[in-house]
Write a protein that binds this ligand. Sequence first.
Ligand code: MCA
Ligand code: AMP
Length: 494
Amino acid sequence: MTQDSFPKLTNDNDRVALVEGDKSYTYGEVNRRIDRLATGLLDGKDDLKEERIAFFMPASLDYVATMHGIWRAGGIAIPLNVASAVAELDHYLTSAGVTRMIANGKYQESLRDLCSELHIELVSSDDVLADEVAALPEIIPERRGMMLFTSGTTNKPKGVVSTHKTIHAQITTLIEAWAWTEDDVIPLFLPVHHIHGIINILSCGLWAGATVHLFAKFDIPKITAEIVAGSYNVFMAVPTIYVKLIQYFDTIDADEVQKICDGFRPMRLNISGSAACPVKLFEQWQQLTGQVLLERYGMTEIGMGLSNPYDGERRAGHVGQPLPGVEAQLFDEDHNPVTEEGVAGEIRIKGDNVFLEYWDNEKATIESFRDGWFCTGDVAVIEDGYYRIMGRSSIDIIKSGGYKLSALEIEGVLLAHDDIAEVAVIGVEDETWGESVMAFIGLRDGTRLEYDDLKRWCDGKMSAYKIPKAIKIIDALPRNAMGKVTKTELKKLL
Ligand code: MCA
Ligand code: AMP
């Protein structure tokens, strides 16, 4: 990695980098905007010296310019989920020590009170865009570059800090493994506060000199119209998106379905990840489109770790082998390496792709590593040379539609409800979402609670996708001798 190879975009020419609505932007245009934004952010300083700058915007030219502008000026970029509730944003901004926030239009309006309360300077992209470009600092690879929030087994999300070297490694391994070229065209409709959207799609696309077509959300009619028109040759999504596409096919004419499937057929690559792809879905997709889904496994802390091969057998229900530059090893409960095929163990990962630290949380960082290996908490077996994910070591982590949710975080919010005496949240198997959130609730004496009322109460207190999809009122939660709720017993109640 050379000094100017990252975070600078490698292409600086007339090829189209981004398409947004009916506008398109060349690499040259995107690069100029990034440099102007970086200059404006510096505002006369030599280097932002890892200032934490958050931004709150959907996938757009402004998003790309802001992310790269912060990188080039030496700051730490913190992209936030535009669907977050205020209480969640408060935690992100406070725990990361954010000093500046960039947001435009209605997004800026929605943040005004919170930023003022937290003494955070709130500006728009245009406010920081300098007219002229100044000299930008040299960024050594070991510098911190990005912080993403991830839910875990604690009740508040943690900031996962990556260096420029981490980001570079996460991108380049995928460019090599999945054979990205500048002829690729890919739609980006996933949220851009997570690795899947940021690294696998946007950053790989831009690094390869390809074209990334930006959507503010997963808009099925618009995206399928482009697919019918043959606009894309690569498609990456979470399993729920493939399920939703198949569900959509049930609502439209057969010849429309055929046209969409024929649009997928000639693509060079369809990828599924962020959650388990059921074998049934893998087979359905192949039957409909002829595409053999390439399933891979990753995590916010490591980017991508394991992947089925681009050339070679893509095995249903399996996530393949370690990516180039990534070391993976299964460990048993006594922390000994598992050497036999078919024996389950925790996946542990080493490599330049692994994050630096949890922000301001040395204890959590230390606890997540053992002998230099990052402990993922995911359990797998190796079968005929292919990893198969068997589940997670913690019942408190739920994967819903590709989002990682913390049961404890949701319980923490629900407990603030006046009528709720005790609550336990679990993930239940769900055909659309993979897992869906369910809350078991014990009520205070003499109270009643209807699902719709609780859902309304949750609005604004947590992101909508975290709100339980179902509740079950029970007399008392099952507990063990230590008084701890036994969630496995709750699963049995279903
Ligand atoms: C939306 N809803 C959900 C979810 N998404 N409920 C549960 N789980 C979800 N994931 C609910 C909304 O709250 C709303 O509920 C209703 O569904 C419709 O919302 P809408 O936004 O219109 O839904 P959608 O556009 O169809 O969204 C589904 C989605 C989205 C596109 C699959 O969830 C999504 O973008 N997921 C991907 C997340 C992602 O990128 N994860 C990668 C993390 P109501 O109607 O009741 O209000 S990175 C990662 O995991 C690692 C590194 C990796 O390996 O990639
Ligand atoms: P996140 O922290 O949001 O990046 O989520 C990472 C988690 O998603 C991993 O620890 C796994 O539990 C899960 N995950 C990602 N890809 C897959 C996959 N292909 N199959 C099963 N689980 C996956």
